[in-house]
Design a protein around this ligand. Structure first.
Ligand code: SF4
Ligand code: SF4
Ligand code: FES
Length: 388
């Protein structure tokens, strides 16, 4: 595996714009440039650190006056095609361009070059239920294009035009809605300036608290960062340090959270009385369950009861459920929904590999030359693994 310079230089971080933790090194913006020499104090060459492999016996200078001048000049050129007045007003925490401007100490008002034909009149694209673009804020870093290609494999985005006419095109230069976008949000998470974002403004939205959680839609186990404001979930982003999803989720994990406080959601137990479901307190519900269980066991014996636990519960809850049925109720009638879907695979894997559980890591998918799939549709059922 190649080690790239940027990931090995510290403690002062080298500024970056086109680089992102879950994308292949690209090397287009050059703001991460460093000086590389073969001898201490010897002649040096300027290289973009994000995509240059570290070489044995090289001397790397990250913050020389020459690099500071170069970075300022690069940012000045980027700003010839950016609404600098707008940049001053933006949400600075979320706008990485602004952060880099601050980091290198560039004065936004000091751009010397004539403004290009900016995209400031490009209308916003709000055609899509989740994805939004305001390409007047685009700095042509390609992060969105690469996220769509490398992370999701959907190939929806491309860079069209040249020079000041460069612009992000969706599909055949159509709207998000008309394109083949599957609303995974990878481009929005990758975009450093929120030129592409989503209806929740997931990156920019400020939260009272960010809670690390795990998506429960499928078995991939994507880690989530759930933004909570006024006790409500307001947005979800994907952490880069999670092995199973590495800064990505599918549409469901990222955007399908509004159900949780839907007005039709059940909020109290219901007990059927005279054919009608009537709201009850939890104490009433527990008492009712205990009474009915006791009555059934007394009349028909413990084997008249059975429990089915769920693959969506943690191990501890499944353990408690089987203990409850075996010890408290007194029956071995306890099963799990996993038997329905997983017992053929568990048996097959037990016989073939010696264990009825996954035998390879998700990362191994990259090193695999052939994957044979029978009776499964990972792209639909386990979208993150499917995308890989
Ligand atoms: S949301 Fe996903 S599929 Fe749609 S354009 Fe962005 S990266 Fe591609
Ligand atoms: S839309 Fe965002 S991620 Fe895509 S090229 Fe423009 S600035 Fe970069
Ligand atoms: S961050 Fe290295 S070239 Fe853009």
């Amino acid at each position: 595996m190649l080690a790239f310079m940027r990931r090995h230089i510290g403690p002062n971080p080298v500024p970056t714009l086109c680089d992102a933790p879950n994308l292949e090194p690209f090397g287009s913006c050059r703001v991460c440039s460093v000086e590389v020499a073969l001898q201490e104090d010897g002649p040096s060459k300027v290289m973009a650190s994000c995509h240059s492999p570290v070489g044995k016996g090289t001397y790397i200078t990250t913050n020389s006056p020459r690099m500071e001048r170069l970075r300022k000049n690069i940012i000045e050129l980027v700003l010839t095609d950016y609404d600098t007045e707008r940049l001053k007003k933006e949400d600075h925490g979320a706008n990485e361009l602004y952060n880099v401007v601050q980091q290198i100490g560039f004065d936004i008002d000091s751009v010397r070059y004539p403004k290009g034909k900016t995209h400031q009149n490009t209308p916003m694209d709000t055609s899509h239920p989740y994805m939004v673009s305001d390409l007047s804020a685009c700095i042509s870093c390609y992060r969105c294009v690469r996220a769509c290609d490398e992370v999701q494999g959907e190939l929806v985005l491309t860079m069209a035009g040249r020079g000041f006419d460069s612009h992000i095109a969706k599909g055949t230069d159509e709207s998000f809605f008309k394109s083949d976008c599957v609303s995974c949000g990878a481009c929005a998470q990758a975009c450093p300036t929120s030129a592409i974002t989503d209806v929740f403004k997931s990156k920019e939205t400020k939260a009272d608290e960010v809670v690390r959680s795990v998506c429960t839609y499928c078995g991939v186990g994507c880690n989530l960062e759930v933004k909570v404001k006024d006790n409500k979930v307001v947005a979800i982003t994907a952490p880069y340090d999670a092995e199973s999803n590495q800064g990505h989720t599918c549409l469901k994990g990222r955007y399908a959270f509004r159900f949780y406080d839907h007005p039709e959601r059940l909020r109290t137990p219901l007990i059927r009385k005279n054919g009608e479901l009537v709201p009850a307190t939890w104490d009433e519900a527990y008492d009712y369950i205990v009474d009915r269980f006791a009555e059934i066991v007394e009349k028909h014996g413990p084997d008249a009861l059975a429990g089915v636990s769920s693959a969506r519960c943690p191990n501890e809850e499944n353990y408690l459920m089987q203990k409850f049925f075996r010890v408290q109720v007194g029956t071995n009638n306890i099963d799990s929904c996993a038997r329905v879907c997983h017992s053929p695979t568990a048996l097959g894997m037990q016989k073939t590999f010696g264990t009825g559980a996954a035998t390879n890591s998700i990362a191994d998918l990259k090193d695999t030359q052939l994957i044979m799939i029978i009776g499964a549709n990972p792209t639909d059922a386990h979208p993150l693994t499917g995308a890989r």
